[in-house]
Design a binder for this molecule. Sequence first.
Ligand SMILES: [Zn+2]
Length: 194
Amino acid sequence: MCIRLPINRMREKQLEQLLGGMFLSLSTGCPTILTKSQWGGRAATCRTAMATPVTYVVIHHTAGSSCSSQSTCITQTKSVQNYHMDGNGWCDVGYSFLVGGDGSIFEGRGWTSVGAHAPNYNSNSIGINLIGTFTSSNPTTAAQNAAKNLIACGVTRGYIKSAYILKGHRNVTATECPGNTFYNTVKTWPRFQA
Ligand SMILES: [Zn+2]
């Protein structure tokens, strides 16, 4: 017979809570997403609600510098947001989410706001931008996995249709985005349709 001391029971409870949290995140299939306030982004100046689940997922690159740590990826994300808001005069960064080379995911407009990343698709898509220029190299494995996990998360949470269609930005607009090398990789991802 085992005599359990209060301290052990406390530890058991902590372990249960920890495991419960892990199972919760596994069952929802959702990676960590840094909210705007967590990465220090500016609040949107206006917003249009988006009906979900959406049909499309559109993949982009920033065509700017890549980043390999959370702090440098935050710098890049802020720079893109400033350009979209101050340069383009938009309400917010155009993308739904941005993904850094370290695998960090940054909330842009999020799951439920119309984006500004792919004309004619903005009100029925999630736009995911991988930070960097991928004309002759691919995003890191961490970034690619983060993007794929983010899509799976959107499906699990009901923001993206399970029968969604994946596209590269160039499939819907005359643009080089998301870069030749990365585009060839995106073509191999599940549910891609040119
Ligand atoms: Zn693009």
